[in-house]
Design a binder for this molecule. Structure first.
Ligand SMILES: [Zn+2]
Length: 173
């Protein structure tokens, strides 16, 4: 097992054969789409990847990524820090047929023209997917908490199923 810095892209076939584990940081400046989805990206991104061959001989990789971002609290409209944590398992595919035959546990990703997959892109996609649609401070840190406690408002946003969750699920299929 080797541990090296996180490259932009890897050949997942060779990586799986070697049982490669990667651990590294991605500079926040490289996450422009994540920056657009938040007020700001507060830290560099920590990411780990492990490559493997599963029982069906599929080459897969599992990963985790975490980053602190700044979001607007929807209760008090003040900025808040949010620790964004993503965890994912991908199986690289060459075509639609392979994609359709994947076990549900895996997300698909297409090999690029060099037979590699872009790890930075995976990390950014996954972090954006786990951003809360409605960000809120913890009740004891929120400017509006006194108001809510006094009047006992029911927080409907937290109880309704979020339509974006369903969308995120669909996108993963
Ligand atoms: Zn707040």
């Amino acid at each position: 097992m080797q541990k090296i810095k996180l490259p932009v892209s890897v050949d997942p076939v060779r990586a799986a054969q070697k049982g490669l584990e990667l651990e590294g940081r991605i500079p926040k400046e490289l996450m422009s789409r994540l920056a657009e989805s938040t007020i700001s990206v507060h830290s560099d991104i920590d990411a780990v990847f492990s490559f493997d061959i599963d029982k069906q001989k599929l080459r897969i990789f599992h990963g985790k990524a975490s980053v602190a971002v700044e979001l607007i609290c929807q209760r008090c409209n003040e900025p808040m820090l949010y620790q964004c944590e993503a965890e994912f398992t991908y199986c690289p595919v060459h075509n639609q047929e392979q994609e359709n035959n994947l076990p549900d546990a895996y997300e698909s990703i297409y090999y690029d023209e060099n037979g590699e997959v872009n790890l930075h892109q995976v990390v950014e996609d996954e972090l954006i997917l786990v951003l809360p649609q409605i960000a809120k401070h913890a009740i004891n840190e929120c400017q509006q908490s006194e108001y809510e406690i006094t009047f006992g408002e029911i927080d409907e946003d937290e109880q309704r199923p979020n339509p974006f969750d369903a969308l995120a699920q669909l996108k993963r299929k």
